[in-house]
Design a protein around this ligand. Sequence first.
Ligand code: PLP
Length: 464
Amino acid sequence: MDGRSLPRMVTSIPGPVSRRWIDRMSRVECPAITARQPREKEIGGVSADPFVWEKALGANVLDVDGNRLVDLTSAFSVAGIGHSHPRVQAAIAEQATRLIHGMGDVYPPRVKIELSEKLAHVVPGDLEMSILCTSGASAVEAALKTANMATKRQAVIAFSSSYHGLHYGALNVTGYRREFKEPFRSQTGHFAVHMPYAYCYRCALGLAYPTCRLACLTLLKNTLDDLGSGIAQVGAVLVEPILGRGGVVIPPDEWLVGLFELCREREILIIADEILTGFGRTGRWFACDWPGLVPDMMCIGKGMGGGFPIAAVIGKPAVMTRWGLSSGEAIHTSTFLGNPLGCAAALAAIQVLEEEKLVERSRQVGEWMADGLDRLQGKCRLVGDVRCRGSLAGIELVTDRESRTPATRETSSVIQLLLERGYIVGLNGVHSNIIGLTPPFVITQDQIRAFFQAFEEALESCDR
Ligand SMILES: Cc1ncc(COP(=O)(O)O)c(C=O)c1O
């Protein structure tokens, strides 16, 4: 399979072989972890069963029925360097001949040390000390625990519509979707306070940028300074520099800069969640590089392992050392921390990003996408807003540009039409009306061009 090819559909989606697999899956998989039912509901009865992946290479995916699709999601924004990169494959295979599993915190594998050193080089500023993890949510939780150890202050400010994972600790700070949080509220903590994000297209305060003069930031400042607010002492602010799952919301740079200043003035730690935006996604190594900001801690994951599950929190030594020295047992650890295969995969993925100049390429992909996005916004009435930075784009669909009513049903239909034509895109935003594009950086201009043609046609046919 050529990872640079256009789609080639040989059956409808899902095809007969996919269906058989889905039936088998539905008997053994807990419904909690399948998107099947909700997707059926969203699109009003039309079958949108998932299709079953067999293989993926570069920007292409092959399903069990032999359909070839172009993946504009990098499978949850992971495969920035492309699916199944040969150098990542080789690094995993080579590492597997020597050491598949080690004793992360007790007797560290050599490759874990090499990766930790490499991470300290690629992240901005003086972020040097890391805790390796196996998922984004566990990286967020390691950051929250570190902030607690460092400040001894209880409350954490997070933002509406932000997504930080669904583990019990991470659920506190995630601001995305009530149904993810509500059933567990009685058992999870209550240490997070959610403030409005600078989502200027849907301003929570009903204002318009820039005449608002960042009133949302002033609100945050006043809340922090109001001794009668009822909020416990704030130790950390956790922020996605661009809201990912919450709708690809790109705040004004000055909002992020102001937020960092507010925190510095009050000695509040700032944790940047770059799990989605890191490793080249926005056309720089990290989204914080755009305004030149260095947080106290940064959570990273997704693209870091080239597809292998590995994540980390990396922070300033002055903060990370507040854990104190171990008195024998590590106070924070897990069995697969620093797994040698994951470390080897991450080292290879970072090398690929560097040597194949894929961060620059991600920026180039953004320019190709910007052309297509401009055309869509000019021509298609359903398109309310488009947002793009590097290889990260969001297209917000509305039934009416004046009222900005979310076009939830139409968004599902567009996604389904695109799938039928062989294009995989993401569904984002609390109103499920934002199409998210996070293609592999190795996607070609031809693939992007053909995709935007299909996108325009899908939008037009859903606007009738
Ligand atoms: C910004 C951000 N933080 C955290 C997470 C959680 O990562 P994981 O799904 O690996 O636990 C995600 C996942 O989408 C994310 O986008």
